[in-house]
Design a protein around this ligand. Structure first.
Ligand SMILES: [Zn+2]
Length: 190
């Protein structure tokens, strides 16, 4: 959290410098614990514009983890369910869950489902994204870039969104600033 305070000061300075040209938002990725809670306190969550909750553990188990994932999208303050399966090609299969049930709750709460475009993740893939679309979910497209050259992985996320037939008004990346800010605020107050 001490680092986040420094980052936020740097972001504020950039936003002031480039006002009207671009704006950086203050987001963070939190871990989903085994019990479906996330590893941040509510007063910590409130310091960010949006929170992505993602599974980073128990990704090699074949047991059903529906309750864990439903818990994550039900958690107040969560805006996006990040790389929901947590799979990686040739490494691990990721979370097993009744995804329709998870998507139902996410749709009801306005939590967006991430399509992570990292080539070894592709998570959720287009077939699963199409099921989330049918359930009424919103989506967030993302490169999962850990360095500048990886920003192009966003193209893979866009490809999955197109194959799933997701209209742009259901994808938060395509929203005008006002609509995005309103949605983020509603999520932090949920
Ligand atoms: Zn992650």
């Amino acid at each position: 959290m001490e680092q986040a305070v420094q980052q936020h000061a740097a972001i504020d300075a950039l936003n002031q410098q480039y006002a009207g040209r671009f704006r950086l938002f203050k987001g963070i990725e939190a871990n989903i614990r085994a019990d479906g809670t996330i590893d941040m306190e509510s007063h910590e969550l409130r310091q960010f514009g949006f929170v992505v909750a993602s599974p980073h553990s128990l990704l090699r188990k074949s047991v059903d983890q529906t309750a864990r994932m439903v818990g994550a999208v039900s958690q107040p303050g969560v805006a996006i369910l990040g790389h929901p399966m947590g799979r990686k090609y040739n490494i691990r299969p990721g979370v097993t869950a009744d995804w329709d049930q998870v998507f139902d709750v996410a749709a009801a709460r306005g939590v967006a489902i991430e399509i992570d475009g990292s080539f070894d993740r592709q998570d959720v893939p287009y077939a699963l994204a199409a099921r989330a679309l049918a359930k009424g979910c919103l989506f967030a497209l993302d490169s999962d870039a850990h360095a500048h050259p990886e920003l192009t992985f966003a193209d893979i996320a866009i490809a999955h969104a197109r194959l799933a037939g997701i209209p742009t008004d259901r994808i938060i990346n395509y929203w005008p600033e006002k609509k995005l800010v309103r949605w983020m605020k509603e999520r932090t107050e949920s």
